[in-house]
Design a protein around this ligand. Structure first.
Ligand SMILES: Cc1cc2nc3c(=O)[nH]c(=O)nc-3n(C[C@H](O)[C@H](O)[C@H](O)COP(=O)(O)OP(=O)(O)OC[C@H]3O[C@@H](n4cnc5c(N)ncnc54)[C@H](O)[C@@H]3O)c2cc1C
Length: 320
């Protein structure tokens, strides 16, 4: 039997890093269960080689005008029609997370979201997932039946496992009527920015930065480090930064390798979205700021003095 994986691609047709993580995760199940891994690529233009690298035995290419714009209903239909086993793995991206429950319903499967580690056992399926808005880790067991699994980005990570895969074109019966929602206009805000949920490094600013005019140093540091930028909620609420950057309980949940929090107090609602980061660096002028309790490294001081110095040091390091 095959474990089906949704290999999500971006608007430019290239696979997202999350797709490779989902394939890596499926391969870790297959290694224990003896199944094969089939990746489903919808409207992707990138070569399937990158999916074989992480262990896909087969890539099913689906290209259909009705799937040009993302639709939870239509995408759930495609994956449910192509299912050939009892396990479907999706990345925990916004898109895939939005159709995972529908897919579970359609395939009469148990839904397990935000998995973070390789399964301890595949029968019964036993693995850890992120729970309570990132404040806890839960071990779950699916005793029987089909399952739809979502894999948290930057948690399980990429595991190379090259296979000599094959590619096929899958003919799926899907029409615009399956979409239920008609997309009338698509506006792309920015194309050159690093996707916040996929970023390995994130530089984030809070109300301590005093105003939007001071974000130049945050962007410069982020650009030097190849990082995405983020913000606390109030900063997005006041309009200093776009809401797409707001992280936390009510914003995006991220798990980068390095999270640099500048002028952010570290309220529990903020921590809920960032405490899965592997290393947290906090820069805050108040030594009593709660964020220091969650930090791996902390600098007590004025962001307007420290960040420019940090930028200079990174430049020197890169130049060396
Ligand atoms: C239901 C609910 C949901 C919420 N969801 C979220 C969420 O998803 N994400 C989120 O972020 N918040 C969320 N909040 C808000 C949260 O409780 C905090 O109010 C918010 O995170 C505070 O943002 P902040 O740290 O930027 O600002 P502040 O709390 O004002 O902190 C600013 C920090 O900057 C420091 N500072 C000031 N000047 C400097 C300087 N020159 N240099 C260095 N440091 C300086 C200060 O010491 C302070 O620690 C939520 C609240 C509720 C009630």
């Amino acid at each position: 039997m095959a474990i089906l994986v949704y290999a999500e691609s971006a608007a430019d047709g290239k696979y997202k890093k999350a797709a490779f993580e989902a394939v890596s995760y499926a391969k870790s199940i297959a290694a224990q269960s003896g199944d094969t891994v089939t990746a489903v690529a919808i409207n992707a233009s990138e070569s399937s080689d990158s999916l074989y690298k992480y262990g896909a035995d087969k890539v099913l290419k689906v290209s259909n005008d009705a799937l040009k714009n993302f639709s939870p209903n239509a995408y759930a239909k495609v994956l449910s029609d192509l299912k050939d086993g009892d396990t479907i793995v999706l990345p925990a991206t916004n898109d895939a997370s939005s159709f995972a429950p529908l897919l579970a319903l359609k395939t009469d499967a148990t839904l397990v979201t935000n998995l973070i580690s390789a399964p301890e056992n595949v029968s019964p399926f036993t693995a850890e997932r992120r729970a309570f808005s990132g404040k806890g880790i839960e071990k779950v067991e699916v005793s029987e039946g089909a399952k739809v699994l979502t894999v948290l980005q930057n948690a399980f990570g990429l595991k190379e496992n090259p296979s000599s895969g094959t590619e096929e074109t899958a003919n799926v019966s899907v029409s615009e009527a399956d979409s239920k929602v008609k997309v009338v206009k698509v506006e792309q805000a920015s194309t050159d920015k690093i996707d916040l949920k996929e970023a390995e490094i994130v530089v984030s600013g809070g109300r301590g930065l005093k105003g939007p005019e001071n974000w130049g140093m945050i962007e410069e540091l982020a650009s030097l480090l190849g990082a995405a930028t983020a913000s606390s909620k109030p900063v997005a609420d006041i309009g200093w930064r776009p809401h797409s950057e707001h992280v936390g309980q009510t914003g995006k949940a991220i798990a980068p390798k390095l999270y640099i929090a500048i002028g952010i107090s570290g309220a529990i609602q903020h921590l809920a979205g960032v405490n899965s980061s592997k290393t947290i660096v906090v820069i805050n002028s108040d030594a009593e700021a709660p964020f220091f309790k969650a930090a791996d490294y902390g600098i007590v001081g004025d962001a307007f003095e420290i960040v420019p110095k940090l930028i200079e040091e990174v430049k020197k390091f890169k130049g060396a």
